[in-house]
Design a protein around this ligand. Structure first.
Ligand code: GRF
Length: 202
């Protein structure tokens, strides 16, 4: 399997998936790391791990379509078969999603369908929720609404703020994202007729 990771930020999920590939837990190679943000920490981490990486800055393109076409070209050039969004902070158009439909994953820091969009941790705290978590899902055109593959739950503790809650959720992200990627690479999870199919052995 040939994986691409697309990220805008620190890249801790990228690093967790890369480690799982290194250790043989995921039978695949990270063939490309793309960031849309020049200087993002994810690019430094990719460099450190000697993973092929590039910056495709959306600001260098005159339209969202042109930006996405540049990313699609990079993915095609590397014959990528699984695209993993890991803290990628741009909305993708239908055209992009269609090209990798069923091979396009995202992780979202909430117990979807709760709190799609931004500021999930603060919203969970403000609502007085007793738990939060993260969800790995297939990407469909509707934002953060794709069918879920795996979820992790964490407690919300007295005294939590967005940053302490985020750290607790992220520790779980680093566990469930490699797991979901592994299932997809092994063909144990698929998007079929708009729903998640799981191998009975799981
Ligand atoms: C994660 O919390 C993920 O759920 C969200 O963006 C964050 C990315 O973190 N979509 P990192 O760049 O992987 O450290």
């Amino acid at each position: 399997g040939r994986i691409a990771i697309i990220a805008s930020g620190s890249g801790s999920n990228m690093a967790a998936i890369a480690s799982a590939c290194d250790q043989g837990d995921i039978p695949a190679t990270i063939s490309l790391v793309i960031s849309n943000v020049p200087g993002a920490r994810v690019l430094a981490r990719a460099e450190e791990k000697q993973l092929p990486h590039c910056c495709i800055n959306h600001r260098d393109y005159e339209s969202r379509d042109a930006f996405e076409e540049a990313m699609l070209q990079a993915l095609r050039d590397k014959a990528i078969d699984l695209v993993v969004l890991a803290g990628f902070m741009r909305i993708l158009t239908d055209r992009f999603i269609r090209e990798y439909y069923g091979s396009l994953l995202n992780i979202h820091p909430s117990l979807l369908p709760k709190y799609p969009g931004l500021n999930t941790h603060q919203r969970a705290l403000d609502a007085g929720d007793k738990e939060s978590g993260a969800t790995v899902h297939f990407v469909i055109p509707e934002l953060d609404a794709g069918p879920g593959i795996i979820q992790a739950r964490v407690p919300i503790l007295p005294g939590d703020d967005a940053s302490s809650l985020s750290a607790r959720v992220q520790a779980q992200e680093h566990r469930i994202y490699p797991q979901a990627v592994r299932w997809c690479i092994e063909g144990k999870v698929e998007l079929r007729n708009g729903k998640v199919w799981k191998d009975p052995s799981l």
